[in-house]
Write a protein that binds this ligand. Structure first.
Ligand code: CP3
Length: 384
C-alpha cells in the first residue's frame, strides 16, 4: 500500500518493502518538504493515534483491554494444551491470537498477545501463569539476595520471538495500529513479592514501608526490564504502547508519589525518544489520575468509577483519556448497554481526545457478539 510505504520509515516495515520502494524512499522529492517522519508508522494517521495525539478523528476509536483470550472459542482452540507463557514465545501463535479479536470485533487496534510477566520469564525467573489464578512465582522476592533473579535484559537474545511476532503482525495489520504493552514496576513487583495474585498486597506494602531501599531497588530493576520490553515492541513496529499498573489503585497519592511514581516515570521516559504515544492505565486510580498523567503519559486510562469528563478535568487539557465502560455492563440487556455506551461517548467527548475501551479487561464469560455490537455502536454513534 502506497501510503503505508511513505509513512513507514521505521525498521519494522522495512522488510516488507521491495527493493524499488526502498530506493524510492531515499529519493529526494515532495516528501522532503513534509515534517520529519522519523518514528512514523503506517498507523500514524489512524483514528487511534490521532485521538492519542488529541487530533480530530473520523470516529471514536475503540479496542478492549485483554481482547485476545478465553472469550473467543477460536482462542481456546489454538491454546489447547499449550501453557500460557509458552504460547507467548511462539511467534506464529502470537500473531494468530493477536489477530483473532481484530477479525471478530472490528476493533481499531490489535494489542500484542503477551503478558506483563513475560519479560521475567524471558530472563529466567521461575514462574508460571496458572489457569484461573494468574502469575505464580517459585521464589518470591523478600530480600536483596532475591533481587539477583532480576538480571538485565538482553533484548536480542531474550526477546527475539517478540521482535519476530511484532514484525509479522505489523506486516499483516498495515495501517491498523499494534498496541505494545508492559507491566508497570509496582504491579509486576506485587506478583514477585506476594508470590502470586493478592487481594490486599500486604507483603508489597510491608516491604515498601519497612524496607524502602529494597523496594526501590526492585522497582528500579523492573523499570529497566519493562522499558526494554516496550522498546523491543516499538522498534519492531508497535505504534503506541500501554503501561499497565493494574493494582496501583491500592495506594494513596502520597505513597504513589513517594515510592512508585519515579519508577513508572523512568519507564515512560525510557521510550519517549521513540515518539509513540504512551497510555498509562490502572484500576481504582481516581485519586491518582493527575499523578499518572504527570508520570509521562500521553493518554490516561480510566476505570469505570470516574466519569471521563471528570477524569479529564482532574488531569487537565494536555492529555487524552481512554475508557471506561464498566465491564459488568456487557452482561446487562442490550438497551442498558446502549445507554451506557452513549454515556461514555458523551463524557469522553468532553476530553481533548478519547479512545473507547472497557474500564478493565474482557472477561472469559463475555459474549463475543455483544462486544462486536458495542464496537459497531461506538463507531456509528461517534461518526463525525
Ligand atoms: O489484552 C490482550 O488481549 C493482550 C494480552 C494480555 C494478557 N495479559 C494475556 C493473558 C495482556 C495485555 C495482559 C496483561 C496482564 N497480565 C495484566 C494487566 C492487565 C489487567 O488485566 O489488569 C495483568 C495483571 C496480568 C497478569 C495476569 N496474567 C493475570 C492476572 C492473568 C489471569 C489469570 C486467569 O487465568 O484468569 C494472566 C493470564 C493471562 N494473560 C490470560 C491472558 C489471555 C488468561 C490465561 C489463559 O488464557 O490461559
Amino acid at each position: 500500500m502506497r501510503e503505508s510505504v511513505t509513512e513507514s520509515p521505521n525498521r519494522a516495515a522495512a522488510p516488507n518493502l521491495s527493493a524499488i520502494e526502498k530506493v524510492e524512499q531515499q529519493v529526494p522529492g515532495p516528501r522532503e518538504e513534509r515534517p520529519p517522519v522519523e518514528g512514523r508508522s503506517a498507523a500514524y494517521d489512524s483514528d487511534l493515534l490521532r485521538a492519542a495525539r488529541r487530533e480530530p478523528v473520523s470516529r471514536t476509536p475503540v479496542w478492549f483491554m485483554r481482547q485476545a483470550g478465553r472469550a473467543l472459542p477460536e482462542y481456546r482452540k489454538v491454546r489447547a494444551g499449550i501453557p500460557m507463557l509458552e504460547s507467548c514465545m511462539r511467534p506464529d501463535l502470537v500473531t494468530e491470537i493477536t489477530l483473532q479479536p481484530v477479525r471478530r470485533y472490528g476493533v481499531d487496534a490489535a494489542v500484542f498477545f503477551s503478558d506483563i510477566v513475560l519479560p521475567l520469564k524471558a530472563i529466567g525467573v521461575d514462574l508460571e501463569i496458572k489457569p484461573d489464578v494468574g502469575p505464580v512465582i517459585a521464589n518470591p522476592v523478600r530480600d536483596f539476595a532475591g533481587l539477583e533473579q532480576i538480571r538485565p535484559l538482553d533484548p536480542d537474545a531474550d526477546l527475539w520471538f517478540v521482535t519476530e511476532a511484532v514484525r509479522q503482525l505489523v506486516g499483516e495489520l498495515g495501517p491498523k495500529p499494534l498496541i505494545g504493552f508492559g507491566g508497570a514496576p509496582f504491579t509486576v513487583a506485587s506478583y514477585l513479592i506476594e508470590g502470586g495474585p493478592s487481594k490486599n498486597l500486604e507483603k508489597t506494602k510491608a516491604m515498601m514501608l519497612g524496607a524502602p531501599e529494597l523496594f526501590a531497588a526492585l522497582l528500579d530493576r523492573l523499570a529497566d526490564l519493562t522499558a526494554g520490553f516496550l522498546r523491543v515492541q516499538i522498534e519492531a513496529g508497535a505504534s503506541i504502547v500501554q503501561l499497565f499498573d493494574s493494582w496501583v489503585g491500592a495506594l494513596s497519592p502520597r505513597d504513589y508519589q513517594r515510592y512508585v511514581m519515579p519508577h513508572s516515570a523512568k519507564v515512560l521516559a525510557a521510550v519517549a525518544d521513540l515518539g509513540v504515544p504512551r497510555i498509562h492505565f490502572g484500576v481504582g486510580t481516581g485519586e491518582l489520575l493527575p499523578l499518572m498523567a504527570a508520570a509521562g503519559a500521553d493518554v490516561v486510562g480510566v476505570d469505570w468509577r470516574v466519569p471521563l469528563d471528570e477524569a479529564s478535568r482532574r488531569i487537565g487539557p494536555g492529555y487524552a483519556v481512554q475508557g471506561n465502560l464498566d465491564p459488568a455492563v456487557i452482561f446487562a440487556p442490550w438497551p442498558a448497554i446502549e445507554t451506557r455506551v452513549r454515556e461514555v461517548l458523551r463524557e469522553g467527548a468532553q476530553a481533548p481526545g478519547h479512545i473507547f475501551n472497557l474500564g478493565h479487561g474482557v472477561m472469559p464469560e463475555m459474549d463475543p457478539d455483544t462486544l462486536a455490537r458495542v464496537v459497531e455502536l461506538v463507531h456509528e454513534a461517534s461518526a463525525r
